[in-house]
Write a protein that binds this ligand. Structure first.
Ligand SMILES: [Fe+2]
Length: 344
């Protein structure tokens, strides 16, 4: 079993230019969608009341798709599993279509015409509390096969919205495959959880296609309302397939990283930079990177003290390897802090 550091590094994500300034959608969301999401009663997130977790019926393993030993977990992707109650979905939708969120958090990209990102705790307390709750993290970690935390607050929820037969909401595929709604790509985050916020009962399609290293294509069933799927998207080439039927399709993507600071961390900002308030994005990213580094140094320091206490000799090779790993971690962090054109 190779050590985590010896494994193949994660591939880069395949998305557009990374220094492009973030843009707002040129057209507004239909009023029926906004009106339909209003909730007279604002609730406080309560895991008892708002979660109805059941484990997925099936899991696709990294081994099954020819990627054994890669990534941070043996799990590649899950089948859809029940996660949120209908009541919880309504609360989340009410936050997404609230006035402050629509004013401050709308973005557009070649991936989706309407996106909502960086809602934050003030504008979206229910959504943020849900994803910070130990119960929800425990459930998602259980399915993912590794203990996960939300990567950082800014990435708590990326909402992709497509409306009616709005063909412009469907980005160009790879050109060879008519059924591909989004281009083939790797995610920027080790794990993502995709939760469906729309009623999909009349919808067809919406699966995720996975391309194995041997070129074989597999389909993973898409989630239905209230259910979610997890996928180790940083290490798996994948594309979302077009869905048809139903007036709207709204999905929430939450980005995760491993809780254990000693597990390698290959999170990048390629996919986020052009669709973010870069100041908030860079803050969240550097804050968690510093925390991880702090924790790693503390653990190493403890280990070193133990060595002294047990009167073993100083191990140059081991210490050098540790320091080099942290050096590479810092270099990788610096490399993400690319200058971005200012937002409007
Ligand atoms: Fe993806």
């Amino acid at each position: 079993m190779p050590s985590i550091a010896e494994l193949r590094p994660a591939p880069p994500t395949v998305v557009g230019p990374t220094t492009k300034k973030a843009t707002r959608p040129s057209t507004t969301l239909p009023q029926w969608l906004i009106d339909g999401a209003r909730m007279p009663e604002k609730q406080v997130f309560d895991a008892e009341r708002h979660l109805e977790f059941q484990p997925p019926k099936g899991i696709t393993t990294m081994k099954e798709i020819g990627l054994e030993g890669h990534g941070i977990s043996p799990v590649a992707a899950s089948d859809p599993f029940p996660l949120f109650t209908t009541e919880a979905i309504k609360q989340i939708r009410a936050e997404i279509f609230s006035e402050p969120v629509l004013r401050d958090c709308q973005y557009t990209s070649s991936f989706a015409k309407y996106m909502v990102r960086g809602m934050g705790r003030e504008r979206a307390p229910f959504t943020c509390d849900a994803w910070s709750s130990p119960e929800l993290l425990r459930r998602v970690s259980q399915v993912a096969g590794v203990d996960l935390v939300v990567s950082f607050d800014y990435e708590i929820a990326n909402i992709n919205i497509s409306v009616d037969n709005d063909s412009s909401a469907i980005a160009k595929g790879d050109g060879n495959n008519d059924s591909s709604a989004f281009a083939w790509h790797y995610d920027s985050f080790p794990f993502v959880c995709v939760t469906m916020l729309s009623d999909c009962s009349n919808m067809v399609g919406g699966e995720t296609a996975i391309k194995t290293p041997s070129g074989e294509i597999r389909k993973i069933r898409g989630p239905t309302m209230g259910t979610a799927v997890v996928m180790q998207g940083r290490y798996i080439e994948h594309a979302a397939l077009k869905s048809m039927g139903g007036p709207e399709r709204i999905s929430m993507v939450t980005a995760f990283r491993p809780r254990d600071p000693t597990i390698r961390d290959e999170l990048i900002l390629t996919g986020s930079r052009a669709i973010s308030n870069w100041s908030e994005l860079y803050h969240g990213f550097t804050e968690y990177r510093l925390e991880v580094l702090e924790e790693r140094l503390r653990l190493k320091q403890k280990q070193e003290q133990k060595r002294v206490d047990t009167k073993r000799p100083f191990n140059i090779r081991e210490m050098t390897a540790f320091l080099r790993e942290q050096q590479a971690f810092l270099e990788a962090t610096i490399a993400e802090l690319i200058e971005v054109e200012d937002m409007d």
